[in-house]
Design a protein around this ligand. Sequence first.
Ligand code: UDP
Length: 485
Amino acid sequence: MDIQKLAAHVVLLSSPGLGHLIPFIELGNHFALIHTHLKVTLLAVTSQTSEAETQILNSAMKTNLINIIQIPSPNIFHLIEYDAAPVTRLCVMMREAKPSIRKALSNMTLRPSLFIVDIFGTESLSIAKELRILNYVFVASHAKFLSLVIYTPVLDKQIEGQYVDQEEPLKIPGCNLVPPEDVVDPMLDRNSVQYEEYREVGNRILESDAILVNTWEELEHKHLQALRDEDLLGQILNKIPVHGIGPLVRQRVSETSEEFEPLLQWLDKQPNESVIYISFGSGGTISFEQMTELAWGLELSQQRFVWVVRAPTKVSADAAFFTTKYFNSGDNEVADYLPEGFLSRTNNIGTLIPEWAPQSSILRHRSVGGFLSHCGWNSTLESITNGVPMIAWPLYAEQRMNATLLVEDLGVAVRPKVLPTKKVVDREEIASMVREIMVVDENMKRNPIRGRVKKIRHSAEKALLKGGSSYAAMSRVVKTITSKS
Ligand code: UDP
């Protein structure tokens, strides 16, 4: 591309983890597609231990829409405890990567016009300030989550004792009451290192020039308004603009390989909306006991399924977060983790995929009609934008909050009576939830949850089209940078 003709240069910074990398690639592609004269560079701090990560980066590079510079995650083992929590690890890693980030930014031939970081990269906002570059934060989650993050420093002063021990729900301006058990992982223990790191993120976001959120006005009007209203959260943000620019979901990156052809062919043969897809995100795992109940629950429900199976949890549900492999390591066969005879009994209705599946292609397939999900925000958006209702099975991070948003605020999911991280969900309850989202009522000839999610899918499509709220928000951002360049 001829540098002279380029209007502006947008530089993005993503922290390790596929849940961060994937939306940043999509954000980069979105910028490049919306304005062909923008140069877009992604600085991706990579874990370098994940085959899925390599595959995703390679596919993104092949599209030629954005430039990708990989920054290998620095060695931090001498700085943290061996069992440090994910938020601690991410914040320390991104802090230690700052010299490489500074070097990459300063050495760019085309001076960056805008630098966008994720919530774990907020310490690098100071580099952009020093280099006099406009700087934004992209929250690859929803506006209610952003509300909690920026309100945590206030809660920190207001509330005594642990949040989870509070008898009353937490009050965040403009949001429905937050049950104490829904708080994000780092808030579970206020004495932990990761809580301090997380609370400081809430303060540092306020140093940015604007905030982009992977949501849209029609989905979260109330939350976005509260973030702008000076009598509510706008007071904290002090006129920092908040733009809902989503839903940005995986689209351009080709994720299918020959490996997955048999799965897609199997899906082609199934009736419309007849298959439930089960996956716990890029790193989630469940216990051996829970896998047994899930297998029996699926069998009892008599519904068709595709299940991404991983070895059961050994340490914690997010233990695989930094180490997800692409395919089965070959150490164990998936059958080793499942009830005896399960494979042969469900052979005609189910397909098991070890470790990693082409999720967005699966959710886009016409035969998929339900998703049992850990409620990561990318997975949630991939489900909603394909009109697929969910069984909300939160495991870690902000997923409990996402589950409540999906079940109570939006009505597009059902969930177990007790959090699955607190108690094993039994086979009968699983079978009943599967039937609730998959089976169409004989008399009504419809499934009410499906109806609601399809309405939301429609609003998502409209938001991204010319004239839609997210399209307009992105155009405003592009106008700001191109007018300054
Ligand atoms: N993903 C996938 N195949 C899998 C598991 C996950 O393609 O087998 C993708 C999924 O489509 C989503 C991302 O990985 O885009 C996971 O992000 P999410 O925010 O849902 O959860 P996280 O992994 O960050 O907990």
